[in-house]
Design a protein around this ligand. Structure first.
Ligand code: TXA
Ligand code: MG
Length: 349
């Protein structure tokens, strides 16, 4: 299949630029598009065959449901049962449009291909102007997982999507880098109880301002035991991972950096903060030491993490050691992704 890449400015576009891609979505074809979190691989959410094709293109396991993207929270009622969950609208008022996904009981209009037969559906209103225009002009809700091959880090630039999806889908919209760089916060809402299933840019601290009693799923920071059923199926897979195995290294900063120096000498890859780089390399440059943001800037870390993980694939390293990070605010999402990238392999030095 030939893949057409269409550049559309994030801020300055006209409707006609979406002519082909909006029609493609409506007609059941796949289009990768930018959101404020990561690039999504979109399909008409009301078309079961189109949604099946998403799983095919990504190599996604058939037990991992898709998020449905809509324009306004008021439309949620068409696809999910919001009547019994007044908290949905309070959360929506504060966080939508934006990087928050809410899981609610689904209505029959959403095909089983989207929800893999679950009784719930995940809904999100993205705030990226290009994503919103695509939803508006296609005239249908868009089901979209992240536009990476299953298991790879989510794509935060069109180049990442091109790397993974060329030849597999007909269209990629290129609007440059995503703002956040990590996927949306996923919560479930049931009988007025909010549970955090996947941390993201909307933090636990943010959610607790609206709803003081947010529960946190075990799977956010812990490995699931064998045969344990995850609340969010995506949480059971090794994810966000480069080809080489990653190990997370904990300990006092000085000890961690000493350990990194030794591993670098053995030819292993190091994932660290910007400030660590020159200390690990003794002021020299090394392609094997890749940083993902400043120690003091969590948004920069979120922005840089997936690109940094992808960059190891061209280094040919056999092992990667990553530093641990703080787990407050946006740090919870960063730690959650790092823990999955290393499949919970951690050592203490
Ligand atoms: O930021 C994002 O959320 C991006 C952009 C494209 O919107 N999308 C994204 O989708 O990250 P995906 O498919 O990579 O991750 C969706 C997560 C998975 O962990 C999936 O298991 C979970 O949401 N999920 C979706 N529907 C669910 C449901 N009904 N019940 C439980 N978990 C669900
Ligand atoms: Mg994904």
């Amino acid at each position: 299949m030939k893949t057409k890449v269409i550049k559309i400015s994030r801020t300055d576009f006209i409707d006609v630029e979406f002519k082909e891609t909006a029609k493609a979505i409506k007609d059941g074809k796949l289009v990768a598009f930018p959101t404020e979190t990561v690039y999504g691989l979109g399909a008409n959410a009301l078309n079961a065959v189109a949604c099946d094709a998403v799983f095919e293109a990504k190599g996604r396991p058939h037990d991992n449901p898709l998020i449905v993207h809509i324009l306004h929270p008021e439309e949620a009622e068409k696809y999910a049962d919001t009547k019994n969950e007044p908290l949905f609208f309070r959360l929506a008022e504060r966080f939508m449009p934006g990087p928050l996904t809410v899981i609610l009981p689904k209505k029959p209009i959403i095909p089983d291909s989207v929800t893999v037969g679950l009784s719930t559906v995940a809904l999100r209103c993205p705030n990226h102007p290009v994503a919103r225009k695509l939803i508006e002009l296609s005239g249908v809700p868009i089901a979209a997982p992240s536009a990476n091959l299953s298991g790879k880090p989510s794509p935060t630039t069109a180049e990442h999507v091109i790397e993974d999806m060329t030849g597999r889908i007909p269209y990629i919209i290129d609007s440059g880098a995503c703002d956040v760089g990590l996927e949306s916060t996923v919560i479930s809402l049931k009988n007025g109880v909010v549970r955090l299933l996947r941390p993201g840019y909307v933090t636990l601290e943010d959610l607790r301002e609206i709803c003081p009693k947010v529960e946190v799923s075990e799977a956010v920071l812990n490995n699931l035991k064998q045969n344990e059923k995850p609340e969010s199926p995506g949480m059971k897979y090794r994810h966000y991972a480069p080809s080489a195995p990653v190990t997370m290294v904990k300990g006092k900063d000085r000890d961690v950096l000493e350990f990194f120096k030794i591993e670098l000498k053995k030819g292993n890859g190091i994932l660290c903060f910007d400030e660590d780089k020159s200390l690990i390399c003794d002021g020299k440059e090394s392609d094997l030491v890749i940083s993902f943001g400043s120690r003091s800037d969590q948004l920069a870390q979120a922005n840089g993490l997936f690109d940094a993980l992808r960059r190891f694939d061209s280094t040919g390293v056999e092992k990667i050691f990553a530093r641990h990070t703080a787990s407050d605010h946006l740090g919870l999402a960063i730690s959650n992704r790092l823990l999955r990238a290393c499949a919970f392999d951690q050592i203490e030095v």
